[in-house]
Ligand binder design. Structure first.
Ligand code: PEP
Ligand code: MG
Length: 672
């Protein structure tokens, strides 16, 4: 038995087999062998994979996948295409497989039948497996295993059947790397930081990965191994019961809970997750494991597939965020000392115009098929937004002239740089939404490369500066009538959700597996916040003195603050207020703004107006006791209202019958 101390990137426990991966970093393109010899290599690889599949017992789901693999490897349409390419002298089998798979996928993409079209992903999967075999690299573990490697890239993870990844162990890594985020998305424990552990794991049969102790234990004695297996079973059972609990949770929340996806392979999970939409489709994953940038047709089909599956739900597609740790083999970016501060994200798109144009064409063409919005990463200046818009206009013009069906979707930006957060109020004027990438916002706010090693304690997404950037962004957005989402890891963080909602975040986009848990967190946070808002009078705050003009929230007799028969209000501790004894039950907005809070019991609404000033309209005194019965709301959280918009209708008789005062109190809330 060997034990190694590691660092924790993603928490969890795993006990089971080890699978050391070696990666195909480069496909062999040219060969000295004759076409006949390359064909023999290809057929041999097909036979070996079929043999591997036949010799093993698989779960029902994996058996289904493997039947598809076998079918494709024996399918004439695929095999003859590869062999045709291999007739060209010098063409290596790996290259032939990759090209044949792509051309077959393109051909299938033209077919109307959805089932046949969906086989494209299967074919690509088979090609990856074949290439692994041809390059002498095992493709994927046979059973759910801990995969180990010096370093694991996002591209590598996407090459392996994710069902078979039970845990990850690397030497190089960081909790904030994209590989780690994907592991988190998949609910996979991930330890890193020990070259010795990775090396020793190569020869081990059984591994225990325990994030609680940060230990990696290799080949424990029989008794420990049996105990670990029992614990693993418990972990799986607990996971199952937590999932069941999440499925049974019915409370709703006002905050929209969206999901992050990386491609159409996530659709199954996405549809089951109950997400209100897709808040981040990281399209760069379509660009990473390819020999060349995916064609307009390929992209169009992928985007259309996701849009079609989501129906009228929002799908926010982010244009490719390549660069830094997400490298596309076909795109030679310049060597930089610090690529995180260099050419990445939208900067790449703006510099490599043709690739951007192709992606925009595919997106605009796919847009009529669903509720698409597009967003752009790494924005720091207004001119970038202007240039993006120019590119979109050009593409729209082109499509118009070609007579193609297209639509220009709403565009939004990711707020990932302090520059964008600081200028949110201005940027909000030219975009339809914000989505805060807290992973990058943390790295750029704290001046710490998220890939850097050994500096984890400096990378703190809960840093007050990060939260202030978020609040500033949401405020800038609300002042201009646009919504703000969070699509970085912080959005699903149990320690952060309440603060995010309090600071004005309207939408959380989280890993598919965390959608239900986040909805529970958000529902609880909203409930607590609404209780706190109306209990805030208990704490003494200074009354604001600024002048503000309000439209009457109700028709009736006006009372000064001191005359309100409730010390909560008459003391002024919540802020300056007035009372109106209403003639009828119609309650109106006293200012233009956005509804930022609605009490769960519907008796109170907070509107945020210009300059972030918040006005509370509180109907009746102690009416919280009535539950929502006496109030019919005409607005909801997020509604944009003008002064005099009807907020709610109130059953004044019911309030009086309960022996309570019907006085409507309008409070200019103190700034927090
Ligand atoms: C982020 O930076 O928070 C984000 C969502 O983008 P990515 O993690 O893909 O860089
Ligand atoms: Mg980012």
């Amino acid at each position: 038995m060997e034990v190694f101390k590691c660092l924790v990137a993603q928490s969890g426990y795993f006990a089971g087999p080890v699978f050391p991966v070696r990666t195909v970093t480069k496909i062999t393109e040219y060969t000295e062998l004759s076409p006949a010899e390359e064909k023999a290599k290809f057929r041999d690889a097909c036979r070996k994979i079929i043999g591997q599949i036949k010799s093993k017992q698989y779960s029902e789901k994996n058996q289904e996948i493997n039947n598809t693999v076998t079918d494709i490897l024996q399918d004439d349409a695929f095999v003859s295409r590869v062999e045709e390419k291999l007739n060209i002298p010098g063409c290596a089998a790996s290259r032939a497989v990759s090209q044949a798979a792509e051309s077959l996928c393109t051909a299938l993409g033209e077919v109307k039948n959805e089932y046949i079209r969906s086989r494209q992903d299967d074919i690509r999967g088979v090609a990856v497996r074949l290439i692994g075999m041809l390059e002498g690299i095992a493709d994927s573990p046979e059973n759910c295993s801990a995969i180990t490697a010096e370093e694991i890239s996002p591209a590598l993870i996407s090459l392996i059947d994710n069902q078979l990844i039970g845990a990850m162990l690397t030497d190089k890594g960081s909790p904030n790397s994209h590989a780690s985020i994907i592991a988190g998305n998949l609910g996979i424990p991930y330890l890193y930081g020990s070259a010795e552990a990775v090396k020793a794991a190569e020869k081990a049969e059984f591994i225990i990965i325990d994030s609680e102790t940060a230990d990696v234990i290799l080949d424990p004695p029989e008794r420990e191994r049996a105990e670990a297996e029992v614990r693993m079973e418990k972990v799986l059972a607990e996971r199952e019961s937590r999932l069941q609990e999440e499925m049974n949770f019915t409370a709703t929340c006002k905050t929209k809970i969206y999901a992050n996806i990386a491609g159409p392979e996530d659709l199954d999970g996405l549809l089951k997750s109950g997400a209100d939409g897709v808040g981040l489709f990281r399209t760069e994953f379509l660009f990473l494991n390819t020999e060349e940038a995916p064609s307009e047709e390929t992209q169009y089909r992928i985007y259309s597939k996701v849009l079609e599956a989501m129906g009228d739900k929002v799908v926010i597609i982010r244009t490719m965020d390549i660069g830094s740790d997400k490298k596309a083999p076909w795109l030679k970016l310049p060597d930089e000392n610090n690529p995180a501060l260099g050419l990445r994200g939208t900067r790449v798109s703006l510099e490599y115009k043709d690739i951007f144009r192709t992606q925009l064409r595919a997106l605009l063409r796919a847009a009529p098929g669903g509720n698409l919005k597009i967003m752009f990463s790494m924005i720091s200046s207004q001119w970038e937004v202007d240039e993006i818009k120019e590119r979109i206009d050009e593409v729209a013009e082109e499509l118009e002239q070609e007579g193609k069906n297209y639509k220009v979707p709403e565009i939004g930006i990711m707020v990932e740089t302090p520059a964008a957060a600081m200028c949110a109020a201005e940027l909000a004027k030219s975009v339809a939404f914000f989505s805060i990438g807290t992973n990058d916002l943390t790295q750029y706010t704290l001046a710490l490369d998220r890939e850097s090693r050994g500096l984890d304690r400096y990378f703190n997404p809960h840093h007050e500066a990060v939260f202030r950037m978020i609040a500033l962004t949401a405020k800038g957005g609300h002042e201009n009538g646009i919504e703000t989402g969070v699509c970085g890891q912080l959005g699903a963080d149990p320690e952060a959700v309440k603060r995010l909602i309090k600071d004005g975040v309207d939408e959380l986009s989280v890993p598919i597996k965390k959608v239900r848990a986040t909805r529970i967190l958000a529902a609880k946070a909203e409930k607590e916040l609404s209780e706190e808002t109306f209990a805030v009078a208990d704490s003494a705050c200074e009354a604001g003195d600024s002048m503000i003009s309000l439209t009457a929230a109700a028709d009736g007799e006006l009372f000064s603050m001191e005359e309100i028969p409730d010390p909560v209000f008459s003391s002024g501790s919540m802020g300056k207020c007035i009372g109106i004894l209403p003639d009828n039950g119609n309650i109106y907005a006293p200012i233009n703004g956005k509804v930022v809070t609605v009490a769960e019991t519907h008796h109170a609404v907070v509107i945020e107006g210009e300059g972030g000033r918040q006005i509370l309209v509180h109907v009746g005194i102690n009416t919280v006791k009535l539950g929502a019965k006496a109030f019919t709301l005409h607005v909801e959280k997020g509604s944009l209202v003008e002064a005099n918009t009807l907020l709610m209708e109130t059953d004044l008789e019911m309030i009086k019958d309960a022996g309570l005062s019907t006085m409507v109190i309008v409070v200019v809330l103190n700034s927090p």
